[in-house]
Design a protein around this ligand. Structure first.
Ligand code: HAM
Length: 419
């Protein structure tokens, strides 16, 4: 039997889980600082929640199966559809705006590269009920707060920002019907990722002439918001919103992290306005995280739309980046005491001593087998304990235990009260 986990998935040994918990601790703490509440949903959902028809990669990468009653189910590849489902289920009883976060495990049958796996954990931050870019500014502030907390600065990470409304303006000038918008965004997102023959086939199915594709390429290669503003009009909604977002970023104090990038569209069909992605400036890794505004997702599920925006932040890329930068923390095991009975007759009092220490909130490893003292020392040392507490016949007869401080080597006999 192959003992490795399925390709693209991970086992988390205690050391790995300490690192994961450290990262999630930062996700949770930043969420708390910004007033987001945690929610969760099932990892298995109805397949139809995800089968959008815009040609997205994420739909082709679905893990799907049929349960014993013939229901078509899927492992969630992302959290946003579940969140939309939950919000719709509550309907008018939710008092808006809501700010929610989660750290779901997500599944995608992905081509494996550094930082891309078939399962990953994804910190999600979402705001429902705020129509203006104040919401995006708050999300990006949370994001840069996270980066700063783990030791990364704006010299290490950049956040590319654009708005789909700009591309929409360009498409309108090419007379592309509005109902094709999502499909075209998904195609434009592939321009730099998929080899030209693949793009040509997809462009043909969308009835896009090579001339139209060239004009879209030209539009997305604009170098500045000023240049784009000249193309779509200074007073265009997308331009105004982005300018406002850059102003807000300055006011929050994270302006130096942001850069406008007209080629940023993102590959998910549901985004309608601002889109953003964080990258390491060394550009050796895939996107660290991404998000945007999705004001019309709820109506695709038959509900009434609510303005919404959010971001998803996977665990693999950030860990790779922190590793590259030498910023991974040392996370030794946290154990206070190892309690050891010199001989089997002292095991019952050793249990009581361990209990007493545990009631005080100390983490205690009670040695459960008959072992030599030398072994107990080695074991306590190996587990990084602070103290070894020994129950020896003479000392115990006098109501005392021997305590060795494993950091200083100092030994003392203490009564249970003093322990
Ligand atoms: P996404 O761009 O598909 O967006 O994924 C967001 C982030 O999740 C990526 O930038 C990356 O950090 C991580 N990620 C995605 N796939 C993988 C993978 N195979 N391996 C490792 N990490 C991965 C979404 O999923 C949107 N639902 C995000 C969102 C939330 N938008 C609004 N709210």
């Amino acid at each position: 039997m192959d003992l490795a986990p399925p390709r693209g998935t991970r086992d988390f040994f205690p050391k790995d889980l300490r690192l994961r918990n450290w990262l999630f601790g930062h996700f949770r703490e930043v969420s708390r600082l910004f007033g987001f509440e945690e929610y969760d949903a099932p990892v298995v959902e109805s397949e139809e929640l995800y089968t959008r028809k815009a040609g997205e990669e994420i739909v082709q990468q679905l893990y799907t199966f049929e349960d014993k009653s013939g229901r078509r189910l899927a492992l969630r590849p992302e959290m946003t559809p579940s969140l939309a489902r939950v919000v719709l289920q509550r309907g008018k009883s939710l008092s808006l705006p809501i700010k929610w976060f989660s750290i779901p495990q997500c599944w995608r049958y992905e081509r494996m590269t550094r930082g891309r796996r078939r399962e990953h954990y994804q910190w999600n931050l979402d705001i429902f009920g705020v129509a203006g870019v104040n919401a995006e500014a708050e999300l990006l502030s949370a994001l840069t707060t996270f980066f700063t907390r783990v030791g990364l600065g704006s010299a290490d990470v950049a956040i590319k920002v654009s708005s789909r409304k700009l591309l929409q303006a360009a498409l309108e000038s090419l007379s592309v019907p509005a109902d094709r918008f999502a499909e075209v965004c998904v195609l434009v997102d592939k321009l730099e990722k998929v080899p030209p023959p693949g793009i040509e086939v997809e462009a043909k199915t969308l009835e896009f002439s090579p001339d139209m594709m060239n004009r879209i390429r030209e539009f997305t290669s604009s170098n500045s918001l000023e240049e784009t503003a000249r193309l779509v009009g200074e007073d265009h909604e997308g331009v105004r919103e982005l300018r406002q977002l850059f102003t807000l970023a300055g006011e929050y104090g994270f302006g130096e992290w942001l850069q406008f990038d007209a080629s940023l569209v993102r590959g998910l069909a549901y985004y309608t306005g601002t889109v953003f992605e964080a990258f390491d400036r060394g550009a050796s890794l895939r996107a660290i995280c991404g998000g945007g505004r999705y004001d019309r997702l709820l109506s695709t599920f038959g509900g009434e739309d609510i303005p919404a925006c959010g971001l998803g932040f996977g665990d693999p890329v950030i860990i790779e980046l922190l590793k590259d930068k030498g910023l991974l923390p040392e996370l030794p095991e946290q154990l206070d005491d190892v309690v050891f009975a010199f001989d089997p007759s002292l095991r019952p009092p050793a249990m009581q001593v361990a209990n007493r220490l545990r009631q005080q909130g100390r983490s205690v490893d009670l040695i459960l087998e008959d072992r030599k003292l030398k072994w107990a020392f080695k074991h306590a040392d190996g587990r990084g304990a602070s103290r070894l507490v020994l129950l020896a016949p003479d000392e115990w007869a006098a109501g005392k235990v021997r305590v060795k401080d494993l950091k200083t080597g100092e030994e003392r006999d203490l009564s249970l009260e003093d322990l």
